[in-house]
Design a protein around this ligand. Structure first.
Ligand code: Z5A
Length: 225
């Protein structure tokens, strides 16, 4: 199967500004006349939205970490197959508010599951897709929760404690260092307009690089699990 579009992911801890910038980015692409599909993880299909509610449900806060991993991968498998791959094949720019880097960080660095296992499940559920650009919005956890008015008392993951959220921050830092070609690290304590300028600058560079390549060179193969 051949991937033609572009995959742009927004990552970071809670309250980092992912939703804010994904929305701004949609407006920006509309103004540029570029065709896009925007979604979030977990979510984006009826099934994945139902799974999303389960991941947050405080009644199941004591579920095993492996069960939590499988919930995120189940939600992912559905949206990837039904929405993301078709959109990429149509040449659209796909915008995702979280993708599998969140799984590596939350379920491996955060919950302590074996990283290689988590990454294998990520690869299977995403059918081998790799983002063209991952925008990591970096903000100290206390600032992020202050913006949101504190951790949500009805959200099982947000209620995982300060140490957990510190491991999340460190986990994203590690992934960014390991993947400098696709990660853009942005200081999200800067004013929204400044953060967004850095995002569009990085996007335009990637977009031009991709479109300057001719024929098959600008298409990438990905595997079906
Ligand atoms: N999760 C997981 O464990 N494993 C996985 O594989 C996946 C996810 C895919 C999804 O939660 C949860 O699932 C998440 C990870 C886990 N868990 N937690 N905890 P979600 O989607 O409901 O929530 P979120 O991803 O954590 O997003 P959020 O809380 O909605 O935050 P955000 O989208 O990053 O931030 P925002 O809503 O755009 O901004 C928050 C506020 O800050 C808002 O008032 C903005 O106006 C303000 N803001 C944004 N930028 C700025 C700047 N630059 N300056 C000042 N103020 C700003």
């Amino acid at each position: 199967m051949t991937k033609k579009g572009m995959l742009i992911t927004f990552e970071g801890g809670e309250g980092a500004g992912k939703t804010t910038h994904a929305e701004l980015f949609k407006n920006y692409l509309t103004q540029k006349g570029l065709s896009f599909f925007a979604t979030r993880e977990p979510g984006g299909t009826d099934f994945s939205e139902a799974v999303r509610a389960l991941t947050k449900d405080m009644r199941f806060q004591d579920k095993s970490s492996l069960s939590e991993l499988f919930l995120f991968e189940a939600a992912r498998a559905d949206i990837v197959e039904k929405r993301i791959i078709p959109a990429l094949k149509e040449g659209k720019i796909v915008i995702m508010d979280r993708f599998y880097d969140s799984t590596t960080v939350y379920q491996s660095f955060g919950r302590g599951l074996n990283r290689a296992d988590v990454e294998n499940f990520n690869k299977a559920a995403s059918q081998g897709l790799v983002p063209d650009l991952t925008i990591y919005l970096k903000v100290p956890q206390q600032d992020a929760f202050a913006r949101k008015g504190g951790a949500d008392k009805n959200d099982a993951i947000e209620q995982s404690g300060a140490d957990f959220h510190e491991r999340i921050r460190k986990g994203f830092d590690i992934l960014a260092k390991e993947n400098p070609d696709r990660f853009l690290v942005v200081d999200s304590t800067l004013p929204i307009a400044e953060v967004f300028k850095q995002i569009t600058t990085a996007f335009e560079q990637k977009y031009n690089e991709k479109n300057s390549k001719k024929g098959k060179n600008c298409e990438r193969e990905f595997t079906k699990f």
